[in-house]
Design a protein around this ligand. Structure first.
Ligand code: 13P
Length: 258
C-alpha cells in the first residue's frame, strides 16, 4: 500500500436504531473498547440524537460521537430541528450531512450547503454524503456526483476543505434494498473522480488533502477491499455498525493495514 501517513476514519451510522437507550449505551461501550486500542483508526459513531446524552460520558479521543443531521439556524421557531450548539453540548464532534435517506425525503444540495456552512462555523467536522441513484452505462452518474459537490460546496472557503470529509455512498449499494455491492474499483475510481472535482473547484493541492470515504453495504468481508487501492480514506458503515462484534472487527482489520 502506497501511503505515507496511515490513518483511516471508520464511521458507524446507526440511522434510526437501536430501539432503546440502554442498548445504545451498551453497543457504544463495546465499540469503544476496541476503538481505543487502535493505532491508525479514528472511529466515529452516529447515534440518533436522543441517545447523545446517554453516550456523551463514554466518548474518548479515539472513539468520537457525531450527529446524523443538524439544522442551519442557531435557534428559534423550528419545530423538530436540532442546532449545532445543542449537539456540541453533548461532545459530538462530527455531523453527517446529505445522507441519501434524507435526500430521499426532499433534502436538496442547496440545503446541505447551508448546513455545511453552519457546521464549519461551529468548528464541527462535516461528513458530506454524495452518491448516485443508479449506475448508468453512459456515465451520467459522474455528472450527478459533480453537481452534488458543486452545489454543496458553494461559498466554502479553500481553507475549510481540510476539515471536510466526503462520503461516497452509491444509493444502489446501500441497505437491505441494495441491488449489489460496489466493487473496490468502483469505489476507488469515484474517490479519484471526487478529488478531481475538488481540484477543478479549488486546486490540486486542496484536492490532495480532501478525505473521501466509502459507504454502502460495508461488512467484515469486503471492508479491506475498499481501502486496498489507497484512494479511499475510510468507511461509513450502516447495518454492521450496530453489531459491536462486527464493527469492532472492521475497526481491527482497518487498523491492521500496513
Ligand atoms: P449499509 O451499510 O447498511 O448499507 O448503510 C450504508 C449507509 O447508508 C451508511 O451511512
Amino acid at each position: 500500500m502506497n501511503r505515507t501517513k496511515k490513518s483511516f476514519l471508520v464511521a458507524g451510522n446507526w440511522k434510526m436504531n437501536p430501539s432503546s437507550h440502554k442498548e445504545a449505551k451498551k453497543i457504544f461501550k463495546e465499540i469503544k473498547s476496541v476503538a481505543q486500542k487502535s493505532r491508525t483508526v479514528q472511529t466515529v459513531v452516529f447515534p440518533p440524537f436522543v441517545y447523545l446524552n446517554e453516550i456523551t460520558n463514554d466518548v474518548i479521543k479515539k472513539c468520537s460521537l457525531g450527529a446524523q443531521d443538524i439544522f442551519w439556524e442557531e435557534e428559534g421557531s423550528y419545530t423538530g430541528q436540532i442546532s449545532a450548539s445543542m449537539i456540541k453540548s453533548y461532545k459530538a464532534q462530527y455531523v453527517l450531512l446529505g445522507h441519501s435517506e434524507l435526500r430521499a425525503l426532499g433534502e436538496t444540495d442547496a440545503v446541505i450547503n447551508k448546513k455545511l456552512k453552519t457546521v464549519l462555523k461551529h468548528e464541527l467536522k462535516p461528513i458530506v454524503c454524495v452518491g448516485e441513484q443508479i449506475r448508468d452505462t453512459e456515465g451520467w452518474y459522474l455528472h450527478t456526483i459533480k453537481t452534488q459537490i458543486e452545489v454543496c460546496f458553494v461559498g466554502i472557503a479553500k481553507k475549510s476543505i481540510k476539515d471536510i470529509v466526503i462520503a461516497y455512498e452509491p444509493v444502489w449499494a446501500i441497505g437491505k434494498g441494495a441491488t449489489r455491492e460496489a466493487t473496490k474499483e468502483e469505489a476507488g475510481e469515484m474517490a479519484i473522480y471526487i478529488k478531481r472535482v475538488i481540484s477543478t473547484l479549488y486546486d490540486t493541492a486542496t484536492a490532495s488533502i480532501v478525505r473521501v470515504i466509502y459507504g454502502g453495504s460495508v461488512n467484515t468481508k469486503n471492508c479491506m477491499s475498499f481501502l486496498e487501492a489507497g484512494h479511499v480514506d475510510g468507511l461509513l458503515v450502516g447495518r454492521e455498525s450496530l453489531s459491536s462484534k462486527k464493527f469492532g472487527e472492521i475497526i481491527g482489520l482497518v487498523d491492521g493495514i500496513k
